[in-house]
Design a protein around this ligand. Structure first.
Ligand code: GLU
Length: 467
């Protein structure tokens, strides 16, 4: 079978983690089966859809590197096609024009409620076959009256719904515009979607969609409805749980690999494996490993994964993402060490790229002020001979490599009869402005000779000025 999956977001907001997980599962399933992954923008709700949201979806998908093979298709570009199918359904007796007024429908509804019946369309126009082109009307699908629909859901198992539970759904509004269930069905049919993987909030739509597909004589896709994502408190994940927009995770310093790894494990498992490369995800992912129950979002686990990918990722690759954070801080990266070297030096200490960027500013831009406590302790008159000696030895050093740099620090301590800490710590404060940095030889190496000498001189000036 040709596997064709799709991600079909409505552009009414940012790409949130639930959507991203749906996209990931669809993408993985297509890749696993050498199939195609299709991106479809369901923008028929003209009032709520915005170009900004479309762009936000693209941005999120791009950041996660979930590339589509076909599309993006826009439903608003397909109105003629939907109209054609609506007419076909009317023509073949699967749909009908309904002229019931709002007031009439309201009255039926009130009566049904009074009789404790489920409110539903009473089918008045179903068999009238009216055609009054100038009178306002909607088009309704003629849902079968008897029998039942069974969804063989790949995640939830079999779900059976009796047709009498379903009324005649509106497929075209009075302005002629198609409704959601119709557009989805036409698209899934035309795009030959083999697997509909989506959130389980759509499960109620599925029997209706199956009925329409059957009326059109289209093959049925397989369905996989993914359970909801909950916050740590058990309520549906929402803004008040913190970050829910995919791009917010970027802004907060997460790597896309970490978020993808986190999302793949959210409701899916493969033994007790926690870390998955993209290739492993593709190999092991399967819909029958997806948990039918909701899963909750755990920030701490995501942070743990993020640190893992920062620690073990290719420094060049991590640097590509760190670059964005450095740009936010308006740093000129040509004025300092190679960013991948900074990653390698910093990664043990940083769980997020925000932490890493904040801790790496001094490599690219001189700081204005010293950390007060660190300066008070380390930039004292006692440090003057240390700095003079260091300046001297560094100035003479031609081989700016970690080993000889380390040797300079040791020699300085020995020659002045001081412990290593009495040399290393003041030097660190002089170089970075504070008391934490990578090992001193690495810090020196990254900063380079010119900056090192300038910062030692700056520390000497500072001591002069305060004493
Ligand atoms: N556009 C729908 C949504 O964003 C998804 C429809 C579908 O996947 O069938 O919720």
């Amino acid at each position: 079978m040709n596997v064709r999956t799709r991600f079909a977001p409505s552009p009414t907001g940012y790409l949130h983690v639930g959507g991203a997980r749906t996209a990931l599962f669809s993408w993985l399933y297509a890749h696993k089966h050498a199939g195609k992954f299709i991106l479809r923008i369901e923008d028929t709700d003209l009032e709520r859809s915005t170009q900004e949201s479309v762009d936000a979806i693209f941005e999120g998908m791009e950041w996660l590197e979930l590339a589509h093979d076909e599309g993006p298709f826009y439903q608003t570009a397909r109105f003629d096609r939907y109209k054609e199918v609506i007419n076909q359904l009317i023509h073949q007796g699967h749909a009908y024009r309904c002229y019931c007024s709002k007031e009439e429908l309201e009255q039926v509804r009130t009566e049904q409620m009074a009789n404790k019946e489920k409110p539903r369309y009473n089918g008045k126009c179903r068999n009238l076959d009216l055609h009054m082109p100038n009178r306002e009307h909607v088009v309704r699908f003629k849902n079968p009256l008897d029998g039942e629909i069974t969804i063989n859901d790949l995640v939830k198992g079999d779900i059976t719904i009796a047709n009498k539970e379903l009324d005649d759904l509106i497929i075209a509004r009075s302005d002629g515009s198609p409704t959601y269930n119709l557009t989805v069905v036409v698209d899934d049919m035309d795009m030959q979607i083999s697997h509909v993987i989506r959130g389980d909030d759509h499960i109620n739509n599925t029997p209706r969609q199956i009925n329409i597909l059957q009326a059109l004589g289209a093959p049925l896709p397989q369905y996989a409805h993914l359970p909801m994502i909950l916050g740590a408190d058990g309520a549906r994940l929402s803004k008040r749980h913190g970050a829910v927009s995919v791009m917010q995770f970027r802004d907060d310093g997460y790597l896309p690999e970490a978020l993808l790894n986190y999302l793949v494990r959210l409701g899916w498992s493969h033994g007790d494996q926690e870390i998955f490369s993209i290739d492993e995800m593709i190999t092991y992912f399967d819909l029958n490993g997806v948990n039918a129950a909701a899963s909750s979002f755990n920030m701490e686990k995501l942070l743990w994964l993020n640190h893992h990918y920062i620690m073990h990722g290719d420094p060049e690759q991590v640097a590509r993402h760190l670059e964005w954070h450095m740009a936010q801080r308006e740093l000129d990266l040509s004025k300092g060490p190679k960013l991948a070297d900074v990653v390698a030096a910093q990664r043990e200490r940083c769980k997020t790229l925000v932490e890493m960027a904040d801790a790496s500013v001094y490599f690219y831009r001189d700081f204005n002020d010293y950390d007060e406590k660190a300066a008070k302790k380390n930039l004292t008159a006692d440090a003057v001979p240390v700095f003079i000696k260091l300046h001297d030895l560094f100035a003479q050093l031609s081989d700016w490599e970690k080993e000889p740099l380390h040797q300079v620090v040791i020699n300085t301590a020995e020659q002045l009869g001081l412990g290593l800490g009495k040399v290393g710590q003041p030097l660190r404060v002089a170089l970075c402005g504070g008391s934490s940095s990578p090992p001193i030889d690495v810090t020196l190496w990254l900063l380079g000779k010119e900056t090192t000498l300038a910062r030692i001189q700056k520390a000497l000036n500072f001591i002069n000025a305060v004493n």
